[in-house]
Write a protein that binds this ligand. Structure first.
Ligand code: S3P
Length: 172
């Protein structure tokens, strides 16, 4: 798998709650390459949390910062890069990831996603009247776009170790 990557980043994309960070971290360990999470990197450089950034500057500014951070990260590798759910939806970021990285879509059903995201209150996009319906709408809009990723792995309701092993096996 490391030979397949060369100096490219292995980029996890998919909706919030799909397990991009948890699985990505394990895959990085398994491949013995560094792991970075774009949301954490954004928080580090801005010294603000994602909800604070949304609140203070709005979604467009967050998206611009996200695109810049990912563009910079993609220049060096190999590493595992897990991205925020909206990152790959940005056309420029998507083109860049497809050109210079190897992308994995962690695909999950609404029930699995909801089960995970409803446990935490950290997603500004889900601060709506009916967050489950919002998530469902995002799924409808975004799934055809995530489908452009190089590889799709179903993120089922099994331990993250099993999903990580499946990703690594698919890369071999
Ligand atoms: C977002 C997903 C979040 C975070 C922000 C926006 C999205 O990341 O970047 O809240 O647009 O789907 P996770 O996918 O890691 O939750």
């Amino acid at each position: 798998a490391r030979r397949l990557l060369g100096r490219r980043n292995l980029v996890f994309v998919g909706l919030m709650g799909a397990g991009k960070s948890a699985v990505g971290r394990l895959v990085a360990q398994g491949l013995n390459i560094p792991f970075v999470d774009s949301d954490h990197e954004i928080e580090r450089v801005s010294r603000m949390s994602v909800p604070e950034l949304f609140q203070a500057y709005g979604e467009p500014e967050f998206r611009a910062l996200e695109a810049r951070v990912i563009k910079r990260l993609l220049k060096t590798g190999p590493r595992v890069l897990s991205t925020g759910g909206g990152a790959f939806i940005n056309e420029e970021t998507r083109a860049l990831v497809l050109r210079s990285g190897f992308s994995v879509w962690l695909k999950a059903d609404l029930d699995v996603l909801w089960e995970r995201v409803s446990k935490r209150d950290s997603r500004p996009l889900l601060k709506t009247e009916n967050p489950r319906a919002t998530l469902s709408k995002l799924l409808d809009i975004r799934y055809p776009i995530y489908a452009a990723a190089d590889l799709t792995v179903q993120s089922r309701d099994v331990p993250k170790e099993a999903i990580a092993a499946e990703v690594i096996a698919s890369l071999a």
